[in-house]
Design a protein around this ligand. Structure first.
Ligand SMILES: [Zn+2]
Length: 134
């Protein structure tokens, strides 16, 4: 399979994924809702070493449920969220998959924080649902 590529809305930040995702998830948490301006994030869990970025991101230090900092990288020019990381997942990144050039072949395997999911949104076929985190 060829490497997946993606980037922010304005193109100042581009990336290549050198490996397959370790997880594919929808996240309905309130932080993903605010950050995306929408109702959920479509997330890929990637190994840090499988993510190669060109162009610089800015970082917003958020706080997760656990109280640990969550480092949210976004484009300082157009504001697109790209990746986040936390000490709870060493060596891993969570990529906002809406920024990929092609989403072909990617389907969520799990849905998390479904306690906050919009009530009119149908569950994703074949995906495990978790009220909070996994
Ligand atoms: Zn941008």
């Amino acid at each position: 399979m060829s490497d997946r590529k993606g980037g922010c809305l304005c193109g100042a930040v581009r990336y290549v994924l050198k490996g397959e995702p370790r997880g594919v998830a929808l996240c309905h948490c309130t932080h993903c809702q605010r950050l995306s301006g929408s109702l959920f994030s479509f997330n890929l869990v990637m190994r840090e070493t499988d993510y190669e970025q060109s162009g610089a991101t800015m970082i917003y230090v958020d706080s997760g449920d656990s109280g640990h900092p969550v480092f949210r990288h976004f484009c300082g020019r157009c504001g697109s969220p790209l990746v986040s990381s936390t000490a709870l997942m060493p060596g891993k990144l969570v990529l906002k998959a809406g920024t990929l050039d092609s989403k072909d072949g990617l389907q969520p395997k799990i849905e998390v924080y479904t306690d906050h999911a919009a009530t009119w949104l149908e569950p994703v076929a074949g995906a495990q649902r978790y009220p909070q985190n996994v």
